[in-house]
Design a protein around this ligand. Structure first.
Ligand SMILES: Cc1cc2nc3c(=O)[nH]c(=O)nc-3n(C[C@H](O)[C@H](O)[C@H](O)COP(=O)(O)OP(=O)(O)OC[C@H]3O[C@@H](n4cnc5c(N)ncnc54)[C@H](O)[C@@H]3O)c2cc1C
Length: 475
């Protein structure tokens, strides 16, 4: 996919000033050194950047952006580079990787908050919260690599949104370097603060187009005392919808995750991922992986068992495996988390990250699958994802012998139809992975004129020179 990247020469005075701003450990200039930061997971894009800068403090980020603003040099922020939309791909100017800003500044157990720098790896934040006897619930398969700054900038979702919300729901305050290089000190740990516009929400989900997040105050939660995990099979997605409602009622809202998986991705996992096996004797068409948790011991498993028994009697499920140990639960989760890797072995695919109201998931699956069969004859629907949030990864795997040029063409042609179906059901063409470069044209297509005008007005007000991650998000 061509991305139209271009590099304007960096003025020598600016180059020298940028290097001085971050010191010897803070910049990379040779093509070999820059290469890992300019690569992109799916290989759709290749970054271009005169310098890769790795600041160690907010002050250094501020100096960099001040210099760039003075010369109108484009700035692309980057976290763990695990976003799958090309948002962290530099298209000229300088790339700022936040990885060296990885300090936990404070944990306040009474306020139940943790103040972290943007470059902290998500898994490290979870571990620090755990060591303090608390929970930071944001969790996704890339958590060993992605950074909290990237998570907040993409408003990441993951596997516990159903219970705890998206990344933006887990933040009380932010520190941001604005497009003119100034620092907004918004690191307040307040649960109530009604003083006009809530500016932090502008920067979350903005994918670095309005400023650079340098630190955040995160909300922490009590750790669950007991967790129970089940994999269930059902005849239709409608039955799984009914089960979700039943489990939420039965547990008083203590369902953390409700992940849908259709049969084909399971087959792909059992074929391609060593050490995995089907936990059930029979094969079915539709499955859900469910996790429930409570603050008290000896409660949630009984509630879950009783509710699943009732679901059997009501015909909502036809089979179920309730994990007997943490190890068994981990094996069930490994199946779900191995799906993206397994699909890489299955042939070229057109991927979609859509959301619809939870009640419309079955209708989306029915209409989306019919559409897929029409536009890619012989394709396999590999649908899975966060059904409890109405978010599906609707991947259409093409026959193995599809020629590369046909696959590339179909990747362009197929999504609009799938996105139209989501849109017609009141849904979204991008549920959790963001816009980046990949979906800017869909912003142009699906956002109303009023929305586009407001987006452009905000961008123009906060970044009048258009230097912050240009070409991303705003159509
Ligand atoms: C295996 C796998 C599983 C995934 N699962 C999920 C999932 O379940 N849910 C989900 O939501 N996503 C998921 N993702 C996508 C990705 O992990 C998330 O979008 C993640 O939040 C990106 O974090 P990052 O640090 O890698 O950001 P990057 O990819 O480096 O950057 C993402 C965007 O944020 C901007 N940015 C980064 N840091 C900053 C900053 N400090 N200030 C301002 N802008 C910044 C970048 O410019 C870019 O536009 C998955 C990805 C992979 C590879």
């Amino acid at each position: 996919m061509a991305d139209g990247a271009h590099t304007l020469p960096l003025p020598e005075t600016a180059r020298a000033a940028l290097k001085a701003a971050v010191g010897d450990k803070g910049w990379l200039e040779s093509e070999a050194d820059k290469a890992p930061y300019l690569a992109e997971e799916r290989g759709y894009y290749h970054g271009e950047s005169a310098l890769v800068l790795r600041p160690a403090s907010t002050e250094e980020v501020s100096k960099i952006v001040t210099i760039c603003a003075g010369h109108a040099i484009p700035v692309t922020p980057q976290g763990g580079n695990t976003g799958l939309c090309g948002g962290a791909v530099a298209r000229g100017g300088v790339l700022i990787n936040l990885g060296r800003m990885n300090r936990v500044r404070e944990i306040d157990p009474v306020n139940a908050t943790m103040t972290v720098e943007a470059g902290c790896i998500l898994k490290d934040i979870q571990d620090r919260a755990d060591a303090a006897g608390l929970l930071f619930p944001l969790s996704l398969a890339a958590e060993g690599t992605c950074q909290i700054g990237g998570n907040l900038s993409t408003n990441a979702g993951g596997i516990q949104v159903l219970r705890y919300g998206n990344a933006r729901d887990l933040v009380l305050g932010l520190e941001v370097v604005t497009a003119d290089g100034r620092v907004w000190h918004g690191l307040r740990g307040l649960r109530k603060n009604n003083t006009g516009y809530d500016l932090k929400h502008l920067f979350m989900g903005a994918e670095g187009t309005l400023g650079i997040i340098t630190a955040a105050v995160l909300k922490l939660f009590p750790k669950p005392a007991e967790t129970t995990t089940a994999m269930v099979a059902a005849e239709t997605p409608q039955h799984l919808s009914a089960l979700l409602t039943r489990l939420k009622q039965a547990t008083g809202g203590q369902v953390n995750s409700f992940e849908y998986i259709c049969r084909a991705p399971l087959d792909a996992v059992f074929t391609h991922i060593p050490g995995t096996q089907d936990p059930m004797q029979e094969k079915y068409e539709h499955y859900a992986l469910v996790e429930m948790a409570s603050g008290q011991k000896g409660v949630i498993r009984d509630l879950a068992e009783a509710a699943l028994g009732e679901a059997f009697e009501a015909g909502e499920i036809v089979d179920a495996v309730l994990a007997e140990s943490g190890e068994q639960a981990a094996r069930l989760w490994n199946i779900r988390e191995s799906i993206p890797e397994a699909l890489k072995h299955c042939g070229p695919s057109a991927k979609h990250d859509i959301s619809v109201p939870v009640s419309k998931v079955p209708e989306f699956l029915e209409k989306g699958s019919a559409h897929a069969e029409r536009v890619i004859p012989g394709c396999t629907v590999m649908a899975f994802g966060h059904m409890g949030d109405g978010n599906l990864h609707f991947n259409l795997v093409m026959p193995q012998d599809t020629a590369p040029e046909d696959a590339a063409r179909l990747r362009e042609e197929v999504p609009p139809g799938v996105h139209d179906i989501a849109d017609s059901l009141g849904g979204s063409f991008s549920a959790e992975h963001g816009i980046g470069l990949l979906k800017v044209h869909e912003m142009a297509r699906y956002k109303s004129d009023v929305e586009k005008d407001m987006l452009r007005a905000i961008k123009g007000a906060l970044d009048p020179q258009g230097i912050m991650n240009p070409g991303k998000v705003v159509p």
